[in-house]
Write a protein that binds this ligand. Structure first.
Ligand SMILES: [Fe+2]
Length: 190
């Protein structure tokens, strides 16, 4: 374990950046396969490759009882009527849960059981906390007009499994309808 005073602690709730922590950046072209409206995705991808989200990950130690955390930022925007979103993942250690706390902005989390069932849409934004149980695929999206920032805390040994989601995507999609976020079965949005 590092000396705790050496673990990065300061973050900017407006930008999701942390001093001294490398930033993982995901651009539109990195999210091929995530958006259900492939025509809207291809049109947007041909026009440019905007930044969609960033994560500043802090991994102080990797023992059985340790925790990792990341400050995330998702830009406001949409592809068709789907909000800018993260790739989404399951944890490699399926039992690992995670707590998300909203720091600024407005968003939603899409949670689904490992088998793609039991989809639910949960608000995540300033003043909101979301408990993501184990064996639950989770994806976050910005439904507002300013960057959505949040912190996620999870067991150090959780790991990230993006492959399962890349293969089948989420069953449901969260889209804008008349200015509000609604969840629909994915096949209804193609
Ligand atoms: Fe996670």
């Amino acid at each position: 374990m590092k000396d705790i005073e050496k673990i990065p602690a300061a973050f900017d709730p407006a930008t999701g950046r942390m001093d001294g922590v490398p930033l993982t950046q995901r651009f539109l072209h990195d999210l091929r396969g995530c958006f259900r409206d492939t025509a809207a995705f291809e049109k947007a991808a041909a026009e440019g490759n905007p930044l969609i989200y960033t994560v500043a990950g802090v991994e102080p130690a990797a023992g059985d009882g340790d925790l990792h955390y990341g400050v995330g930022m998702i830009m406001p925007g949409r592809i068709g009527d789907e909000y800018y979103m993260t790739k989404g993942h399951l944890h490699s250690w399926r039992d690992a849960a995670e707590v998300y706390c909203g720091l600024a902005g407005d968003g939603m989390m899409l949670l689904e059981d490992e088998d793609g069932g039991n989809s639910r849409m949960v608000p995540l934004g300033e003043g909101k906390v979301v408990y993501v149980p184990g064996r639950t695929a989770h994806r976050t999206m910005n439904t507002g007009t300013v960057p959505l920032t949040y912190i996620g805390v999870y067991p150090a040994k959780a790991g990230h499994d993006y492959a399962a989601i890349a293969q089948r995507n989420f069953s449901c999609v969260i889209v804008e309808r008349d200015g509000k976020a609604v969840m629909l079965p994915g096949e209804k949005t193609r």
